[in-house]
Design a protein around this ligand. Sequence first.
Ligand code: HEM
Length: 494
Amino acid sequence: MLTWALLAFLLGLLYWMSRKPSGLPPGRWGLPVIGYIPLYTSDIGRIINDLRKEYGDIFTWKVGGQVLVGLCDYKLIKSTYSKPECQGRPTLFTFELAQLNTNTGIINAVDDVWTQGRRFALRHLKDFGMGKSSLEDVILHEAVNLAKSFEATSGKPVEISWNLNVSVLNVIWKLVANRRYEMDNKEVTRFSEALTADIEVSQTRCLPLDLFPGLHKILPKFILNKWMKVDVLSKNIEDLKNFAMDIIEEHEKNFDPDNIQDYIDVYLSEIKKEKDNGGTIFQEDYFNLAITICDLFVAGSETTSSTMRWLVALLATHPEAQKKMQDEIDSVVSRDRTPSIQDREQMPYTEAVLLEVMRFSSLLPLGLLHSTTEDVQIGEYRLPKGTGLFASARSCHRNPKYFERPDEFYPEHFLDEEGKVISRKEGFLPFSLGRRQCLGENLARMELFLFASCLIQKFSAAPPEGRTISPVSDPSKPFLNFINPYEVVLTLRE
Ligand code: HEM
């Protein structure tokens, strides 16, 4: 009798503890501990569409131990993500691991560490040319080299893989460490592979560990390592950090205050200035700097190269758009010189193609998760501190309210009646919005323009004979919409 009473009491307590707090938007709460996990869990895009249909542009979704609020309307995302209380990051296993369980770097950092790190990075990366024409030569050098690397395979099916990744990584290497690597360099290939593997494992096998906090403490090691690949993830993160540390130490040895050449130098000089001043991110163990470097590579490499892979696939499957882009390149740039950033203003169609690629692919369909650092009022709802937030870029990008042909690849979405490009458009948020908006947007846009125009000036892309390319992604990877691998024929233009 006593046992039953105790059991009933415990169940009641569990139910009481996991009840939905008042004030949250309507949505799915599901069962205690488990939350709401539909049968088609592997397709998060579909779950979000269904929740949106049922509850509207703001809804609650409790999944595992995470209470998430989904935002699917552009204006709502803009106003929510501009609030200081909405700039946290949720406590997720993979986020914590990426920072080696410290509050460091930029992407997953919170509070003062984030504000200081972001401000410093924005200011000083600009000094070294981020988003400015002074970096143009570096990007052009990579873009021309990349195009050259496809000459040998002209007319044959190829996969666009490591050479693109290395070219993109080299731009960040230049900013961060004033370095450049050749395409076949083993060290940088391993670095690039580790970055890609981390992103892949974090959003697939390790997802249950993010959804159920504490699960990693109770699961046996063989499940964590064999099945979820936590050991691979940890080792890769540790390797990336050590790689960054070695480069920092090399910079420290050769440090010359009168010759500041890159982001590491400027950070080291700040550490020397801030000596003995506790409470800042400029500490002599270099740990924060190492994690920041890893963050810049994680955020700036696979995003840009994946967008390029979408671009090539979409042009190969839309020859009329490719032809218009080539005609524009030929008339503005001609075939005799390489495109430059100054040409951009006279190339609205090319710009529109790039924007449309970002819309169509919605590379980060949910952005990166935010969380509330205080209780906060969003319209008629009150979100408690610690609520996870996601901004469904994909819902906006596929909304007919903003885009005339939401499910088609249609560059004209970004052209006005006079044929001028509309680069900031309501409903368009590939880089997210608000205070955490992508820090590398200008750099990414510049890279995409130069890489794309150099490649398409020289080559025409088409599917291999007798085959098709379907520009789609794997729906089971919810956070990064990598295009499924494909082969394409890049043929040198006459
Ligand atoms: C096509 C390329 C890119 C896309 C689509 C993209 C998109 C995004 C998105 C959606 C976020 C999340 C913002 C949020 O939390 O609300 C983000 C954050 C970030 N991005 Fe990018 N990004 C790209 C390229 C880059 C590049 C080239 C860099 C720099 C090297 C970069 C650095 C960052 C950083 C550091 C953050 C974290 C910002 C913070 O938490 O304050 N990104 N990016």
